[in-house]
Design a binder for this molecule. Structure first.
Ligand SMILES: NC(=O)c1ccc[n+]([C@@H]2O[C@H](COP(=O)([O-])OP(=O)(O)OC[C@H]3O[C@@H](n4cnc5c(N)ncnc54)[C@H](O)[C@@H]3O)[C@@H](O)[C@H]2O)c1
Ligand SMILES: N/C(=C\C=C\C=O)C(=O)O
Length: 486
């Protein structure tokens, strides 16, 4: 039975709390690991180790050397791709293809992009006139923020945790990572690679546990933690904001979404189906940027629904060991119950269930896994819970529309503002409509294309702040303006 320990000050160790919890396989429902739960003393040890590292070798390291070390870390992650694939797949039951092609390469890229940017980017400089006409110069300086608490979710564990640790370390901070209780493995494994490449002890620390009353909440309240970068549910973000308020801890939030796809009659329908089959069903719908609302211009509504139905019904359920599987299980029985609750609610509200709406039956080990049917609904009003609330499963509601004004209003009529995707072959329409969607990311004729130099984040209930490229400097550094009289 695998055991996941804490990783503190460069060393793996049991939790002083003496508490552990089980990790269950999403593919079979069987216990696959025991995880050590960090409580107050463990959390304090991790934060104090991170604080000490800021004042030690790491804090004194020249920026270029720090960035070179992170580039070597990216190479070392790449070299251990097979180990990270097995770790991620064990926790999430993702296909090895998804882990190999998306998740692990992004883990390396998330260090590389920020090391390269920080190494080669200059800063702001302003010359000003002065009353005595001798002038003054202004230098915008950046220094590390300090110890950063990183709290990450289970839906893309390694990608999302490194998306935060990469810029944090590139900017000279140290981190204490609290991965989701559902996905401890890759964050723990990364400690080995940190030691292999020579990242000083205490720079990267991993504590395991839950949120309220556990490692997560304790981390957000620790006086030596200077900022919390969090990815997860909106309501969790609200809780963390309250927890982090005492001490005025800065926060960077990437939260939930209820993302629309808009398909105009002039769209390339093959492309529209390819894009939305991924944006609705990839990772079993457990993607914050995924589509849960589809708006289709009326002339092509029936064709679209019919082809999406065919695509959904062609998906093959299975875990990483199931040959040819194209849709996996949800992460946990608890999450499956949440998604099935929405499936029931849709029926109660009178939705037309185009396909799905329940869970598949198997006569093999998959029967113990947390599988649900890929599901498509039509016919519900825009104010229904199915259209308004994030479900985070392999499902979508499809609504017809007649005009641009109507569909823009429907797309924006949400408390979220994370992402959207627009399918049209009309360039001016893409610019016109895309510029009016209230979301952090808008794709045209594509989905989940990610340029890591661009800003990433959501508005309204989808987040606070933007990360990505140089935008990450805003959160991971403290600015000073140095004004020198000439
Ligand atoms: N915007 C994005 O980039 C993005 C990316 C991925 C996932 N998400 C969102 O994440 C959610 C799914 O992930 P999840 O179920 O793990 O989210 P979650 O909010 O339940 O948990 C996320 C993390 O927060 C911790 N946590 C929970 N309560 C806490 C508290 N009070 N204090 C401190 N830590 C606490 C959890 O242990 C976990 O590590 C979805 O809503 C999805 O939209 C958003
Ligand atoms: N944060 C990112 C992806 C989020 C995926 C949400 O499920 C990213 O691509 O950087």
């Amino acid at each position: 039975m695998k055991t996941h320990q804490l990783f503190i000050d460069g060393t793996y160790r049991d939790a002083k709390s003496g508490k552990t919890f089980d990790k269950i396989s999403p593919a079979t429902g069987e216990k696959i690991a025991v995880v050590h739960e960090a409580l107050a003393e463990d959390v304090n040890d991790a934060v104090m180790a991170a604080d000490a590292a800021l004042k030690g070798e790491w804090g004194k390291m020249p920026k270029a050397a720090r960035c070179d070390l992170l580039m070597r870390l990216a190479d070392a992650i790449q070299a251990r791709t097979p180990d990270f694939i097995e770790a991620e797949v064990a926790d999430t039951a993702h296909t090895r293809h998804f882990a190999e092609k998306v998740e692990i390469p992004r883990g390396a890229a998330n260090f590389r992009i920020f090391a390269e940017m920080l190494k080669h980017t200059g800063g702001e400089f302003y010359h000003m006139d002065t009353p005595d006409h001798t002038g003054a110069v202004n230098l915008e300086l950046h220094r590390p923020k300090g110890v950063i608490g990183v709290i990450s979710p289970w839906n893309a564990p390694f990608l999302l945790m490194t998306w935060k640790v990469g810029p944090a370390l590139a900017c000279g901070n140290t981190v204490v990572v609290k991965p989701s209780e559902e996905s401890p493995y890759t964050a723990t494994l990364l400690g080995e690679v940190m030691n292999e490449v020579g990242i000083p002890k205490g720079v990267y620390n991993v504590i395991h546990g839950f949120g309220p009353g556990s490692a997560g909440e304790l981390l957000t309240q620790h006086p030596k933690v200077s900022g919390i970068t969090f990815t997860g549910e909106t309501r969790t973000g609200e809780a963390i904001m309250k927890q982090a308020a005492v001490g005025l801890r800065d926060v960077s939030f990437e939260l939930g979404g209820k993302n629309p796809a808009i398909i105009f009659a002039d769209a390339d329908m093959d492309k529209a189906i390819e894009v939305t089959m991924r944006s609705v069903f990839a990772n079993t719908g457990q993607v914050c940027l995924g589509t849960e609302r589809v708006y289709v211009e009326r002339p092509v509504f029936d064709e679209y629904v019919s082809r999406l139905k065919a695509g959904a019904e062609a998906l093959k359920h299975g875990g990483p060991e199931t040959p040819g599987a194209t849709i996996g299980p949800l992460i946990s029985d608890e999450h499956r119950r949440k998604v099935l609750g929405y499936y029931d609610k849709a029926r109660e509200l009178g939705a037309k269930v185009v396909t799905g709406g329940g869970m598949p039956q198997f006569n093999d080990e998959r029967q113990g896994g947390f599988f649900v049917d890929p599901t498509i609904w039509t016919g519900l009003p825009e104010d229904s819970a199915i259209v308004k609330e994030e479900i985070f499963g392999p499902c979508c509601h499809v609504t017809p529309f007649d005009t641009e004004e109507e569909v823009i209003a429907m797309a924006n009529d949400t408390t979220y503002g994370l992402s959207a995707t627009i399918l049209t072959e009309n360039l001016s329409r893409a610019h016109r409509v895309g510029g009016q969607i209230e979301a952090g990311l808008v794709w045209v004729n594509s989905w989940f294309l990610r340029d890591l130099r661009t800003s990433f984040g959501g508005s309204k209930s989808s987040g606070i702040g933007r990360e990505g490229g140089l935008h990450s400097l805003e959160f991971y550094t403290e600015r000073s303006n140095l004004c020198m009289k000439l």
